[in-house]
Design a protein around this ligand. Structure first.
Ligand code: HPA
Length: 267
């Protein structure tokens, strides 16, 4: 596995040497445009798994946001696509080998908290792993990090404070909440959502947690921002659809774009 990650890092290093990486998820892949872009599709990066879902582009770009060199990953791999969790995190681990120090990760989620509504942007404060697996399972890659990484402050408090400052300055409302990851691809049942509510989850989605575990293992600082695209199952009495998820992210893209364009150069 290390060889796969190293090959990927080697290929991406031809694009540049960024210290910040931004992962843009479902329907959000265009929210951070870059200047002077050099890019590779996932298929062109040796060792990378290739996304299979429509609406998830699958490109790695390096370019500038203001004066800052940034890597942007447009689209991502989900566990439900059939890859192992260890494969799902190859991109993030390759960025760590490349010298990336800060990971900004975005996603679409269902709102569990009664305070959240479709269209809300939420700073992820912590997560609950209900994927039924861990990407670090198996021999530890000592080159990347320790066997038993701490997850106490997985979502960096300093970066969160900075994100809130920038959002406040721009007049963008940024809520806070705990993200719970399920394997998917089926959406949750109303009974599952009631259970997750009792466990302390505010948001539910099918991504992010593997990447954050791998990022923390490798010592990266993480900032997570979720776009609430729908009320979680059973809360609004309506069926859930992927089209609704994509439609809501499109509606919020401009706001998230403004936030990331101002925030990323300050990370
Ligand atoms: N559940 C799981 N994943 C999601 C949801 C949801 O309600 N909305 C967007 N991604």
């Amino acid at each position: 596995m290390l060889a796969r990650i190293e090959h990927a890092a080697q290929a991406i290093s031809e694009l540049g040497k960024p210290e910040v990486a931004v992962v843009l998820g479902s329907g959000l892949s265009d929210v951070l445009p870059l200047e002077g872009v050099r890019s590779l599709s996932f298929g062109e990066v040796p060792g990378f798994p290739v996304p299979t879902v429509t609406g998830h582009a699958g490109r790695v770009e390096v370019g500038k946001v203001g004066d800052k060199e940034v890597l942007v990953q447009r689209g991502r791999i989900h566990y439900y696509e059939g890859y192992d969790l260890a494969e799902v995190v190859i991109p993030v681990r390759a960025y760590a080998l490349l010298g990336v120090k800060t990971l900004v990760i975005t996603n679409a989620s269902g709102g569990i908290s009664s305070e959240f509504h479709p269209g809300d942007l939420v700073l992820i404060t912590d997560h609950i792993n209900m994927l039924g697996g861990n990407p670090l399972r198996g021999p530890n890659l000592e080159r990347l990090g320790p066997r038993f990484p701490d997850m106490t402050a997985a979502y960096d408090p300093v970066l969160r404070a900075r994100a809130k400052e920038v959002a406040a300055r721009l007049g963008i409302e940024l809520r806070e909440g705990v993200y719970l990851a399920t394997m998917g691809p089926s959406y949750e049942t109303p009974a599952e959502i009631r259970a997750f509510q009792r466990l302390g989850a505010d948001l539910v989605g099918m991504s992010t947690v593997p990447e954050v575990i791998a990022a923390r293992h490798a010592g990266l600082r993480v900032l997570g921002i979720s776009c609430v695209t729908n009320y979680a199952a059973g809360l609004a009495g309506e069926p859930l659809s992927h089209e609704e998820v994509i439609e809501t992210t499109r509606r919020k893209a401009a706001e998230l774009s403004k936030l990331l364009t101002a925030l990323v150069p300050q990370l």
